[in-house]
Design a protein around this ligand. Structure first.
Ligand code: NAD
Length: 483
């Protein structure tokens, strides 16, 4: 086995076992067998990490911006230098195709660190002059010790998306990756040690959300929590941390609409919609899972889409031509399959996929699902309302802009959407009326790290990215001086 290893927590610059001495099995989704052990950390480990972070804070926040920037650039470079190892670990841990980890996950983690290492050099505060009275100027100071908790779908990518702005602005961090995909966060702690990141600045705790994660949320000295994960977990964190007056950034679930008008560039739309539906086995919070198609091209779209999707190769993540790897866990596979069953009970017709796939040994216990397309469901049934977060999409025809906006906006979620049209006025009109934090017109997943990232309604509170992230991780103070 490639990675049969016991991971350790990274606290105060040292690798150490959990205080409890307990470990949890980490499963390789491509084969359904354990391949490493991760610390089952508890409140004791989080307390140690928080103490270390508190002790490091005066030194780290007192460094010049340039010094901090240089250290973070080294961290970014350190990942890049071990690219192959990070790519293999991400694919092994998550089940995603190696090609995707190489094209998206790890390069974007490298960029996150590089971007915030330099963005912070340009982060300026405001001043407001009052004629004849004086001047207000606003300082922005780091918060202190902050908590960063991330999910399993884009493990290192989303972990660094939080850690980078937190560290760049001078905070010290207690971070926890998902217990389902901890491996690249562990490798990141190795890089941090290698490049000489000062002890206590970044502490990485492994373990269960209900234990280690909960301890981060509840620790009184962790003053802000940046969380990405499910809406139910986000609600629990808001309920717990709210009365402690912690600053919260919550990036939560989605049920994103793809809206396709007949006047779009059909070929571009088709190939992008295959990607936006099934990339990472549909386990990207930005994947579109409800596809609305103008009725005049519904049949043409359906036939072409089913044909393309049916040809996608579901296979071993390390094979270069695999387009769909394994979903992340057995529990998740069963959840996704239960939704396919529900869709059929609700009257849906499966046009492609709809079942588990068994590969040959030693991958026969892996968690593979055929990419699934379903039609014939009402926009307000459970299948079209609840987040499935897997390789399952529904098709639904529409006749007018008003009708499609009503259906697209009729969920509790509001993360992202795509609109496909060559009519510029309509693109603006529809994009403006969709209830979501992000809209891509004639495109998908184009990321500019300067732009605000996040959702509305049950998809979260706050925004990550660019100045938004730098503002979240700093506390503004206004000072007035009389003339
Ligand atoms: P999850 O909520 O189960 O877990 C996310 C993280 O929170 C994990 O590290 C977990 O250990 C931790 N956690 C769980 N319970 C906790 C608790 N009580 N206190 C503190 N931490 C706790 O989510 P998941 O299954 O890992 O991820 C999938 C979800 O994430 C989907 O809903 C998806 O839409 C969402 N997601 C959202 C975005 C976004 O940007 N909006 C991005 C990626 C994923």
């Amino acid at each position: 086995m490639r990675f049969m290893k016991k991971l350790q927590n990274y606290i105060n610059g040292k690798f150490q076992p959990p205080v409890s001495g307990g470990y949890i099995e980490n499963i390789d989704p491509s084969r359904g067998v354990p391949f490493s052990l991760i610390p089952d950390s508890s409140v004791d480990d989080v307390t140690q990490a928080t103490e270390a972070a508190k002790n490091a804070f005066p030194m780290w926040s007192g460094m010049s911006l340039n010094q901090r920037s240089e250290i973070l650039l080294k961290l970014s470079k350190g990942i890049e230098d071990r690219m192959d190892e990070f790519v293999a670990a991400e694919s092994l841990d998550n089940g995603k195709p190696v090609s995707l980890a190489r094209q998206v996950d790890i390069p974007r983690a490298v960029s996150n660190l590089g971007f915030f290492a330099t963005a912070v050099l340009h982060f300026a505060s405001e001043s407001h002059y009052m004629e004849g009275m004086g001047i207000n100027y606003t300082t922005r100071k780091p918060i202190g010790v902050v908590g960063c908790i991330s999910p399993w779908n884009l493990p290192l990518y989303l972990f660094t998306w939080k850690i980078a702005p937190a560290l760049a602005t001078g905070n010290c961090v207690v971070a926890k990756p998902s217990e389902i995909t901890p491996y690249t966060a562990y490798l990141l702690s190795e890089v941090a040690a290698e490049i000489g990141l000062p002890a206590g600045v970044l502490n990485i705790i492994h373990g269960l959300g209900s234990k280690a994660g909960d301890a981060i949320v509840k620790h009184p000295d962790i003053k802000a929590v940046s969380f990405t994960g499910g809406t139910a977990t986000g609600a629990y964190i808001a309920k717990t941390a709210g009365p402690m007056f912690k600053k919260l950034s919550l990036e939560l679930g989605g049920k994103n609409p793809n809206i396709i008008f007949a006047d779009c560039d059909f070929e571009d739309m088709l190939s992008t919609t295959v990607r936006s539906s099934f990339a990472n086995q549909g386990q990207i919070c930005l994947c579109g899972s409800r596809i609305f198609i103008e009725r005049s091209i519904y049949n043409e779209f359906k036939d072409a889409f089913v044909e393309k999707v049916s040809r996608m190769k579901v296979g071993i993540p390390s094979d270069i031509d695999t387009r769909q790897g394994a979903v992340v866990s057995k529990d998740h596979m069963e959840k996704v399959l239960s939704y396919i069953k529900l869709a059929q009970e609700e009257g849906g017709k499966v046009l492609a996929g709809g079942h588990q796939i068994k590969l040959e040994a030693p991958y026969d216990q892996g968690f593979y699902i055929a990419p699934t397309i379903i039609e014939g469901l009402s926009y307000d049934c459970r299948t079209n309302q609840e987040e499935i977060f897997g390789p399952v999409v529904t098709l639904c025809p529409f006749d007018s802009e008003e009708e499609v906006l009503k259906m697209a906006n009729a969920t509790q979620y509001g993360l992202a959407a795509t609109v496909w049209t060559s009519n510029l006025k309509r693109a603006h009109r529809v994009a403006n009326q969709i209830h979501s934090g992000i809209v891509w017109v004639n495109s998908w997943l184009v990321r500019d790290l300067r732009t605000p990232f996040g959702g509305v309604k049950s998809s979260g509170i706050g925004r990550e990215g660019g100045w938004e992230a730098l503002k979240f991780f700093t506390e503004p103070k206004n000072i007035f001086i009389k003339e």
